[in-house]
Ligand binder design. Sequence first.
Ligand code: GRF
Length: 189
Amino acid sequence: MKKLVFFASGSGSNFQSVINAIENNKITASISGLITDNPGSGAIERAKKHNIPVAVIPFSPKSHFSIQIEQKLAEWKPDLIVLAGYLKKIPDSVIESFKNRIINIHPSLLPKYGGKGFYGQHVHRAVIEAGDTVSGCTVHFVNGEYDRGSIIKQIEVPVKPDDTPESLGKRILIEEHKLLPNVIKQLIK
Ligand code: GRF
Protein backbone atom coordinates (compact mmCIF):
# COMPACT_ATOMS: atom_id res chain seq x y z
CA MET A 1 0.00 0.00 0.00
CA LYS A 2 1.28 3.48 -0.87
CA LYS A 3 2.38 5.63 2.02
CA LEU A 4 1.56 9.33 2.34
CA VAL A 5 3.15 11.96 4.55
CA PHE A 6 1.38 15.28 5.08
CA PHE A 7 2.79 18.72 5.88
CA ALA A 8 0.31 21.26 7.30
CA SER A 9 0.44 24.49 9.31
CA GLY A 10 -3.20 25.50 9.58
CA SER A 11 -6.58 24.01 10.41
CA GLY A 12 -5.90 20.84 8.44
CA SER A 13 -9.26 20.57 6.67
CA ASN A 14 -7.58 19.39 3.45
CA PHE A 15 -5.64 16.81 5.45
CA GLN A 16 -8.99 15.70 6.88
CA SER A 17 -10.48 15.35 3.38
CA VAL A 18 -7.85 12.72 2.57
CA ILE A 19 -8.27 10.93 5.91
CA ASN A 20 -11.99 10.71 5.09
CA ALA A 21 -11.37 9.46 1.55
CA ILE A 22 -9.13 6.69 2.92
CA GLU A 23 -11.63 5.72 5.61
CA ASN A 24 -14.43 5.61 3.03
CA ASN A 25 -12.30 3.38 0.78
CA LYS A 26 -12.13 5.96 -1.97
CA ILE A 27 -8.33 5.91 -1.81
CA THR A 28 -6.18 2.90 -0.99
CA ALA A 29 -3.25 4.36 0.94
CA SER A 30 -1.97 4.82 4.44
CA ILE A 31 -0.85 8.03 6.13
CA SER A 32 2.51 7.47 7.80
CA GLY A 33 2.70 10.81 9.50
CA LEU A 34 2.05 14.53 9.74
CA ILE A 35 4.79 17.15 9.90
CA THR A 36 3.87 20.61 11.14
CA ASP A 37 5.83 23.73 12.02
CA ASN A 38 2.95 25.03 14.15
CA PRO A 39 2.26 23.52 17.59
CA GLY A 40 -1.22 25.12 17.40
CA SER A 41 -2.17 23.57 14.05
CA GLY A 42 -5.61 21.97 13.98
CA ALA A 43 -4.09 19.21 11.87
CA ILE A 44 -2.43 17.80 15.01
CA GLU A 45 -5.75 17.00 16.69
CA ARG A 46 -7.07 15.49 13.48
CA ALA A 47 -4.00 13.26 13.23
CA LYS A 48 -4.23 12.14 16.84
CA LYS A 49 -7.90 11.19 16.43
CA HIS A 50 -6.86 8.83 13.65
CA ASN A 51 -3.68 7.50 15.30
CA ILE A 52 -1.43 9.19 12.76
CA PRO A 53 2.05 9.98 14.14
CA VAL A 54 2.89 13.70 14.39
CA ALA A 55 6.23 15.52 14.24
CA VAL A 56 6.20 19.16 15.32
CA ILE A 57 9.24 20.77 13.71
CA PRO A 58 9.21 24.55 14.26
CA PHE A 59 11.24 26.63 11.84
CA SER A 60 14.78 27.10 13.11
CA PRO A 61 18.11 28.00 11.49
CA LYS A 62 17.99 26.28 8.15
CA SER A 63 20.24 23.29 8.58
CA HIS A 64 18.68 22.08 11.84
CA PHE A 65 15.16 22.37 10.44
CA SER A 66 16.12 20.51 7.26
CA ILE A 67 17.86 17.73 9.15
CA GLN A 68 14.86 17.10 11.39
CA ILE A 69 12.55 16.91 8.38
CA GLU A 70 14.95 14.63 6.49
CA GLN A 71 15.16 12.32 9.50
CA LYS A 72 11.38 12.01 9.81
CA LEU A 73 11.02 11.30 6.11
CA ALA A 74 13.77 8.67 6.30
CA GLU A 75 11.79 7.02 9.07
CA TRP A 76 8.36 7.27 7.42
CA LYS A 77 9.52 6.55 3.83
CA PRO A 78 6.60 8.14 1.95
CA ASP A 79 5.73 7.32 -1.64
CA LEU A 80 4.04 10.71 -1.89
CA ILE A 81 4.38 13.89 0.19
CA VAL A 82 1.34 16.17 0.36
CA LEU A 83 1.60 19.83 1.33
CA ALA A 84 -1.83 20.84 2.61
CA GLY A 85 -1.59 24.41 3.86
CA TYR A 86 2.08 24.22 4.86
CA LEU A 87 3.50 27.72 5.11
CA LYS A 88 7.24 27.06 5.28
CA LYS A 89 9.49 26.38 2.33
CA ILE A 90 10.38 22.71 1.90
CA PRO A 91 14.17 22.29 2.12
CA ASP A 92 15.87 21.94 -1.28
CA SER A 93 17.43 18.65 -0.16
CA VAL A 94 13.94 17.18 0.31
CA ILE A 95 12.72 18.50 -3.06
CA GLU A 96 15.78 16.91 -4.64
CA SER A 97 15.24 13.48 -3.02
CA PHE A 98 11.48 13.40 -3.71
CA LYS A 99 11.37 14.73 -7.28
CA ASN A 100 7.81 14.54 -8.67
CA ARG A 101 6.66 12.98 -5.41
CA ILE A 102 5.68 16.19 -3.59
CA ILE A 103 2.38 17.91 -4.33
CA ASN A 104 0.80 21.09 -3.00
CA ILE A 105 -2.73 22.47 -2.98
CA HIS A 106 -3.21 26.18 -3.61
CA PRO A 107 -6.45 28.21 -3.50
CA SER A 108 -6.21 29.94 -6.90
CA LEU A 109 -5.95 29.08 -10.57
CA LEU A 110 -2.17 29.02 -10.78
CA PRO A 111 -0.07 30.54 -12.29
CA LYS A 112 -2.33 33.41 -11.19
CA TYR A 113 -2.02 34.55 -7.57
CA GLY A 114 0.83 32.26 -6.57
CA GLY A 115 4.25 32.87 -5.06
CA LYS A 116 5.47 34.53 -1.91
CA GLY A 117 2.80 36.40 0.04
CA PHE A 118 -0.10 34.72 -1.77
CA TYR A 119 -1.65 32.57 0.91
CA GLY A 120 -5.02 32.41 2.66
CA GLN A 121 -7.20 35.51 2.40
CA HIS A 122 -4.46 37.44 0.56
CA VAL A 123 -5.14 35.30 -2.50
CA HIS A 124 -8.90 35.83 -2.49
CA ARG A 125 -8.61 39.56 -1.78
CA ALA A 126 -6.31 39.97 -4.79
CA VAL A 127 -8.71 38.02 -7.04
CA ILE A 128 -11.64 40.23 -6.00
CA GLU A 129 -9.66 43.46 -6.32
CA ALA A 130 -8.57 42.49 -9.83
CA GLY A 131 -12.23 41.98 -10.81
CA ASP A 132 -11.72 38.37 -11.91
CA THR A 133 -14.96 36.48 -12.50
CA VAL A 134 -13.42 33.03 -12.07
CA SER A 135 -11.04 31.66 -9.45
CA GLY A 136 -10.51 28.13 -8.15
CA CYS A 137 -7.90 25.78 -6.79
CA THR A 138 -4.86 23.96 -8.11
CA VAL A 139 -2.85 20.88 -7.20
CA HIS A 140 0.69 20.99 -8.57
CA PHE A 141 4.06 19.32 -8.17
CA VAL A 142 6.48 21.15 -5.90
CA ASN A 143 9.80 22.44 -7.17
CA GLY A 144 12.24 24.96 -5.68
CA GLU A 145 9.99 27.96 -6.41
CA TYR A 146 6.81 28.77 -4.47
CA ASP A 147 3.69 27.62 -6.40
CA ARG A 148 5.57 27.19 -9.69
CA GLY A 149 5.84 23.41 -10.22
CA SER A 150 3.86 21.79 -13.02
CA ILE A 151 0.09 21.82 -12.65
CA ILE A 152 -1.67 18.47 -12.18
CA LYS A 153 -5.31 19.48 -11.92
CA GLN A 154 -7.51 22.52 -11.29
CA ILE A 155 -11.15 23.20 -10.43
CA GLU A 156 -12.75 26.51 -11.39
CA VAL A 157 -15.03 28.38 -9.01
CA PRO A 158 -17.06 31.43 -10.14
CA VAL A 159 -16.46 34.71 -8.31
CA LYS A 160 -19.81 36.30 -7.42
CA PRO A 161 -20.28 40.08 -7.59
CA ASP A 162 -20.94 40.30 -3.85
CA ASP A 163 -18.13 37.94 -2.79
CA THR A 164 -15.84 38.87 0.09
CA PRO A 165 -12.44 37.20 0.47
CA GLU A 166 -14.04 35.04 3.18
CA SER A 167 -17.08 33.91 1.15
CA LEU A 168 -14.97 33.16 -1.92
CA GLY A 169 -12.38 31.32 0.18
CA LYS A 170 -15.10 29.15 1.73
CA ARG A 171 -16.52 28.12 -1.65
CA ILE A 172 -13.08 27.34 -2.99
CA LEU A 173 -12.21 25.28 0.10
CA ILE A 174 -15.21 23.01 -0.59
CA GLU A 175 -13.73 22.28 -4.03
CA GLU A 176 -10.24 21.78 -2.57
CA HIS A 177 -11.66 18.99 -0.45
CA LYS A 178 -12.72 17.18 -3.64
CA LEU A 179 -9.67 18.02 -5.73
CA LEU A 180 -6.95 16.86 -3.34
CA PRO A 181 -8.26 13.31 -2.73
CA ASN A 182 -8.96 12.95 -6.46
CA VAL A 183 -5.43 13.88 -7.46
CA ILE A 184 -3.91 11.61 -4.81
CA LYS A 185 -6.04 8.75 -6.06
CA GLN A 186 -4.87 9.38 -9.61
CA LEU A 187 -1.19 9.64 -8.65
CA ILE A 188 -0.95 6.50 -6.52
CA LYS A 189 -2.71 4.30 -9.04
C1 GRF B 1 -5.96 25.87 1.74
O1 GRF B 1 -6.70 26.92 1.19
C2 GRF B 1 -4.86 25.45 0.79
O2 GRF B 1 -5.18 25.62 -0.55
C3 GRF B 1 -3.75 26.41 1.17
O3 GRF B 1 -3.86 26.55 2.57
C4 GRF B 1 -5.20 26.30 2.98
C5 GRF B 1 -5.16 25.23 4.03
O4 GRF B 1 -6.41 25.01 4.63
N1 GRF B 1 -2.47 25.94 0.71
P1 GRF B 1 -6.61 23.80 5.63
O5 GRF B 1 -5.57 23.96 6.73
O6 GRF B 1 -6.44 22.54 4.86
O7 GRF B 1 -8.00 23.98 6.15
